[in-house]
Design a protein around this ligand. Structure first.
Ligand SMILES: C[S@@+](CC[C@H](N)C(=O)[O-])C[C@H]1O[C@@H](n2cnc3c(N)ncnc32)[C@H](O)[C@@H]1O
Length: 334
């Protein structure tokens, strides 16, 4: 009884330590971003419970074509996506980086389960909230599925999985999350990914392709205003969790798309000279000064090939949606 109580107390203390660490990391990261000469905020902090719900609304709105395009691939090319994963009935770990609500992945999981494929699905996400939504849905929809969610940053969580399992790995990175990294970061990310995996392991990455600039810009400036709310929610999150005092109506969402670089960038523009208190820091904003919130890069096929070549992967196959707006690319670790 005494040992049980002690264990419970230790686990509560660990939870509190973890919360304090998360709070301090969040505070340090946002202060670091907002004290740069060009102010910026790390986009991984978009995803709290409110951000998750807003992102799901974005995914369902007419202007945001990305989810529909990739869903087209997952619904209509399921066999082409899944078959290369099935190698001589050898068991594998199916790992998804930034899984979100898994609405597209579900089609792949159902196909693999119907084929009695010997795999465990390990979705990784920084949002504990979305992982529990995902786990609940999948345990209802595909009760036979073996699922082991991992909450945390991409590579911390991937390392935990690699430490616990030496089965071959198949890694999914969907939704053009790779586009949320500037070129150098995408190179560093893919290089680290290939170095943590073993030769012949597979990765399936979703890339949003370059297309009509108006179509792209509209996706990040949806008429329902969800993308604007999604960006502003990060200021609200800082108010709620870090006791900052952002006035949300003094910042306006402003997306841009550069068809030469393929970079779609979202900014929040300060509407006046203003000062915000954040921890011990006072952050000053000039009227019309931007905070760079997120990049969503668009790719040519040459860009994708180049990324694979520079980061230790060999391209195996491409699957496209019916409009050829999006591609899910299978790479093998060299
Ligand atoms: C744009 S959503 C895409 C979700 C899903 N992949 C899809 O295609 O629908 C990005 C997801 O990645 C997660 N995420 C963002 N940054 C992350 C990080 N550094 N580590 C782990 N998860 C992250 C977010 O919480 C969110 O669920």
């Amino acid at each position: 009884m005494f040992a049980h109580k002690t264990r419970m107390m230790k686990s509560q203390i660990n939870d509190i330590d973890q919360e304090t660490e998360n709070h301090d990391t969040f505070l340090n990261d946002v202060i670091n971003g907002l004290t740069q000469s060009e102010k910026t905020l790390p986009s991984k902090y978009f995803y709290n419970a409110v951000g998750d719900v807003l992102f799901q609304k974005i995914m369902h709105c007419d202007d945001y074509y990305l989810t529909r395009s990739e869903m087209d691939i997952f619904k209509n090319k399921t066999e082409q996506l899944a078959e290369p994963f099935l190698q001589n009935s050898e068991p594998f770990e199916l790992i998804e980086l930034g899984a979100g609500d898994g609405s597209k992945t579900k089609h792949l999981l159902q196909y693999l389960t119907d084929k009695n494929a010997p795999f465990t699905y390990s979705p990784i996400d920084i949002s504990e909230h979305i992982l529990s939504v995902l786990e609940d849905r999948l345990s209802q929809d595909i009760p036979e599925l073996k699922i082991k969610p991992e909450n945390g940053d991409y590579f911390d969580a991937l390392k935990r999985i690699c430490d616990r399992s030496n089965q071959r790995k198949v890694v999914l990175f969907l939704g053009s999350n790779i586009g949320n990294m500037v070129y150098e970061d995408a190179i560093a990310f893919c290089s680290k990914l290939s170095s943590m995996l073993s030769p012949k392991d597979l990765v399936l990455i979703g890339f949003d392709l370059k297309k009509d600039p108006q179509t792209i810009l509209q996706a990040y400036n949806d008429s329902t205003g969800y993308t604007a709310q999604f960006n502003l929610n990060l200021l609200q999150r800082m108010n709620d969790e870090l006791h900052a005092d952002f006035e949300l109506n003094q910042f306006v969402h402003y997306p841009t798309y550069n068809p030469q670089t393929g970079a779609c960038k979202s900014f929040l523009i300060s509407q006046q000279d203003q000062t915000v208190q954040l921890g011990d820091e006072e952050i000053s904003f000039k009227k019309y000064e931007p905070i760079f919130m997120e990049v969503s890069r668009k790719f040519s096929l040459a860009d994708i090939r180049n990324l694979a070549e520079k980061t230790g992967f060999e391209p195996i196959s491409h699957n496209y949606d019916s409009k050829q707006w999006f591609t899910d690319v299978l790479w093998q670790v060299k």
